[in-house]
Design a binder for this molecule. Structure first.
Ligand code: SF4
Length: 91
């Protein structure tokens, strides 16, 4: 995802004068609350491109900063988690 900001946000040394706009990358990050997670595995089923179980049964991310093409899969995993242990933040 790309966000449009006035140039003055991008470069404070400009004196604050907005001379145009800049497009800056906005990365998606998946946050996992290990305290809440009960290893149900629905997220693994909803988004196997993003999650899997380790040999010890703990949930591991395949990619905690997935590309934009996987946003729908990430959102599906967030929505299906029965204890709301997953969330998406934009960095
Ligand atoms: S669905 Fe939620 S509780 Fe289950 S393994 Fe995934 S993050 Fe953990």
């Amino acid at each position: 995802m790309w966000l449009k900001f006035p140039e003055c946000f991008k470069n404070a040394e400009s004196g604050g004068a907005a001379s145009g706009f800049a497009y800056v990358p906005w990365a998606m990050r998946i946050v996992h609350d290990k305290e809440l997670c009960a290893n149900h595995g629905q997220c693994v089923g909803a988004a196997p491109e993003l999650f899997k179980f380790a040999d010890d049964g703990s949930l591991i991310f395949i990619d905690p900063n997935p590309p934009e093409e996987l946003r729908e899969a990430a959102q599906d995993a967030v929505d299906i988690c029965p204890v709301q242990a997953l969330s998406i933040v934009e960095d």
